[in-house]
Design a protein around this ligand. Sequence first.
Ligand code: NAD
Length: 491
Amino acid sequence: MPGHRQPEEFLQFIGGKLCPAQNGRWIDSVDPASGRVWARIPEGEAADIDAAVESAQFALDGWRSRSAAERAAALRSWAAVVREYQAELWRIDATDNGRPRREAEPAVAGAVQQIEYHAGLAETICGDTVNISAGTTTYSLREPYGVVGLIIPWNAPLVMFLAKVSAALAAGNTVVVKPPERASASILAAAQLFAKTDLPAGVVNIVTGEGRTAGEALVRHPGVRKISFTGSTATGRRITEVSAANIKSLNLELGGKSPNIVFADADLESAADGVTSGIFTASAGQACIAGSRILVQESVFDEFIGKVQTRATAMVLGNPLDAATDMGPVAFDGQFDKVKGYLESARSEGARLVFGGRSGRDLFPPGSDYAEGYFIEPTLFVTEDSSLGVCREEIFGPVAVAIPFGSEEQAIQIANDSDYGLAAGVWTQNLPLAHRMIRRLEVGTVWVNTYRRLHWALPFGGQKASGVGTSNGPTTLNEWLENKSVWIEQG
Ligand code: NAD
């Protein structure tokens, strides 16, 4: 397990061996809290992907022909090792992408439980026996795809790696993983642990590098049968186009612009807590399910926004590794610039700034450890015009927009007027109203009087431009299995 000397070098993982990129090149990884290079990761590309797919193909027959109980036992051995090293792993993740300890630490502990959940599901895989005609035996089998490719984003790389790889392996696939180029270190550190588990060499392979090179090489590779992609909707479109050449199965978990809807009869104190943590503590807004559109009924609008402001402006920004930190930085320089661009464009298109708006050196005194970090303070705009870019585009930073509404009908109209359909929150004490909203919101998850809760035992996925397919839940292994139908004529 690597320590925190800087810059630390991390290696790819192919065929059970740690290795640099074949071209010998590296990508610097920056600690976003300080702006300093703290690690280097290999800049793999197509040749590394070829080697990784070959290794996964070599390991496939041995892995898929193991009994489900044997696969489950190997996955449980992996969970035990990750549990032992979880403190080191979440620290590397938080150093690399700025996710605060309060989120990063419990998330890794949850991901270990998710590996165990997937191990249990391995033993439930079964097909159907269907009685079609006398004299003919007809049944279906569920089979793994084979070699599958997983492409992971930077906002929660380690937990997504643990969750998605364990599901794919439980179903009997072998995998090639392409971590995010700006935050690969925790996944590469986790790779160093495989030697301590009962998972055979080659079932998990990891190639780091840029999306357009290493990522696309994985999507194009004819030996890869399925791609699971989590990331932006723009990249999801590109992957859909590229994968069309050899008709790959796709699972896409994409972006969001989720409405958090507060009715006048809600418990406004708890709604303000949920709305504030739904966008600002959510990894500084870098969560696909961030509640970035705050819809508030007109009669309580000013009162409610005041409560959110009190909470948001009291938040502690600073070292992500510190348990007292509420909000860390955004994950890297490009995202920092992108979010600052949205602060400008929201103002110029006419949204009114209620609080926040400062970033970087304006937030910390000169000489502070964090003055060169990528910090943006919690920021709220208000507008009545939900056609503005700040209401429609995923900013992926600690920036929300509040929109007043009059009636239930208007709340639904504004909430559903979005390309995205990932999640929504509803705050009300009126149960029939809550049920009507649940039915009419065009999203994959609805929270009522709570927000941003996920669990591996409940399905999660997006509607509209937020994705295709689901993860989590008792049927999650179906995403990793194909059906085969069998007819036996008994003569
Ligand atoms: P991104 O799309 O820029 O990158 C995600 C991954 O795709 C990275 O590993 C990247 O290297 C790779 N990639 C980029 N271009 C590629 C290409 N042409 N071919 C193959 N791979 C390519 O996304 P991001 O900025 O890293 O992550 C943030 C986005 O992820 C947000 O939009 C967020 O909403 C979304 N997200 C969605 C979920 C969900 O479950 N719906 C969860 C987390 C994040």
